[in-house]
Design a protein around this ligand. Structure first.
Ligand SMILES: Cc1cc2nc3c(=O)[nH]c(=O)nc-3n(C[C@H](O)[C@H](O)[C@H](O)COP(=O)(O)OP(=O)(O)OC[C@H]3O[C@@H](n4cnc5c(N)ncnc54)[C@H](O)[C@@H]3O)c2cc1C
Length: 404
């Protein structure tokens, strides 16, 4: 066995890739392993928040992400007899260079990260699975198994579980993942749609439910998203099924075609009881999962990674005391809780069949939202919440405001 690594990053999704990019920028001795053969090729997370673009700028990937992405500034709220147009994000916020939501498929985001790491000679060790951990005083012993059956035991001073919702690091470190599954099922499709104004987010608000089209760009122009209607509880997700639903939600004559990806899935709201157990840390989906309302999931994971990375780097090179690592959980666990609670509220309002909430959603909200959103102050506040620009750590031990 060779000398212990400083850090073993388990998982090469967006969280692990961001962590690897930051550790590389500090010259930390680390490895990043992932059990899959390749990066994801489905779109999954579709939007990058301004705060994420800010924190990634120092790693040299933001310009590339912006060049590939689609900055959406317009929202079109389709009501039964009219369309309300809103410039949700173009509201004169001046303290960020990225005052918009950048639509870019997760596949592209991961590609940009992977190319950056490759250019810096950082290999993402694929087909390599962490199967077991054994923490000791000075390091963690990690059993890695490759697809060809070869096992390797690695010692690392710290292990970061960026290994997603079913995290083995979390399980092996004995950290609970508390929460619940939502009963509803959701439908998702990346496809082409004839009849939609390009470059805007479209929301159809009807008595049956809400239907969304997001301007994805690649691998297809649009991401369609909605709750599965109760009358088709088990039907296979096909283009005719989605076209039939679209025809019931809108009379705009939209034509769906050329699907690249169609799926259905359940959502959960869960959080790790701790972000750290000894020398093992959790980040991203390993630490929190929730509904995609507000496009926060991948963004929160990347921001977890970049809160932890520089702290690990400084502690490993002896430039900061071990106690600095405690600030990771105290700063990021509250952010995870706020995101879970915010997305839960948005999810409940968006999906509830309670008559009062349904009335508010279908009758009151469409009338009041355009009036309320004429208030620049309110729009700015909403933007700051969703964009994660309002995050600071003034109450934590490492107290401070966000720094560009
Ligand atoms: C269908 C779908 C739609 C989604 N839509 C949205 C959306 O619209 N908006 C949004 O914000 N988010 C969305 N998400 C969630 C988003 O994809 C996640 O929040 C994001 O991928 C989290 O990144 P991560 O790196 O933390 O975890 P992951 O992306 O899950 O990456 C974990 C990585 O760890 C690897 N791994 C796991 N176990 C091991 C092991 N034992 N050893 C080695 N490697 C391991 C896996 O192979 C994987 O590559 C969606 C997810 C799905 C599945």
């Amino acid at each position: 066995m060779t000398a212990p690594l400083d850090v073993l990053v388990v998982g090469g999704g967006p969280t692990g890739l961001a962590l690897a990019a930051q550790l590389r920028s500090y010259g930390t001795r680390f490895r990043i392993v992932d059990r899959s053969t390749d990066r994801v090729h489905e779109s999954r997370a579709l939007a990058i928040q301004p705060r994420t673009l800010e924190v990634l700028a120092g790693l040299g990937v933001t310009d590339e992400l912006v060049a590939w992405g689609n900055p959406a500034m317009k929202l079109r709220m389709h009501l039964p007899r009219r369309v309300v147009a809103m410039g949700l994000f173009n509201i004169g916020v001046t303290d960020t260079p990225y005052p918009y939501l950048l639509f870019l498929s997760q596949a592209e985001t991961e590609r940009v990260f992977a190319e950056r790491l490759a250019a810096q000679d950082v290999p993402i060790e694929r087909r390599t699975e962490l199967v077991r951990l054994e923490p000791a005083d000075e390091e963690v012993r990690c059993w890695l198994r490759r697809r060809d059956g070869i096992e390797e035991v690695v010692e690392a001073r710290y292990v970061v579980g960026c290994d997603g919702a079913h995290s083995i690091v979390r399980a092996q470190a004995g950290i609970d993942f508390e929460g619940y599954a939502y009963p509803q099922t959701f439908l998702l499709a990346d496809l082409e749609v004839d009849g939609l104004e390009p470059g805007a987010v479209h929301t159809y608000m009807t008595g049956i439910g809400m239907l969304f089209f997001f301007p994805l760009g690649s691998p297809a122009t649009w991401r369609m998203f909605l709750m599965r209607p109760p009358e088709a509880p088990d039907a296979e997700v096909t283009l005719p099924l989605l076209q039939g639903i679209t025809d019931r939600y809108t009379d705009d004559g939209l034509v769906l075609r050329d699907p690249v990806w169609m799926t259905d899935f359940r959502l959960h709201n869960r959080g790790a009881s701790r972000y750290r157990a000894g020398r093992c840390f959790l980040a991203g989906d390993a630490a929190h999962i929730h509904s995609p309302a507000g496009a926060q999931g991948m963004n929160t994971g990347i921001q977890d990674a970049l809160n932890l990375g520089w702290k690990l780097a400084l502690v490993c090179r002896g430039a900061a005391p071990e106690e600095l690592l405690e600030t990771y959980g105290t700063e990021r666990a509250p952010v995870g809780r706020v995101v879970r609670s915010f997305t839960d509220r948005a999810f409940t309002i968006g999906t509830s069949s309670n008559p009062a909430i349904r009335l508010a959603r279908t009758q009151l909200a469409p009338r009041l939202a355009p009036l309320a959103l004429r208030s620049t102050a309110l729009r700015r506040r909403l933007f700051r919440t969703v964009s994660e620009l309002g995050i600071h750590s003034r109450r934590g031990p490492g107290a401070g405001d966000r720094l560009l």
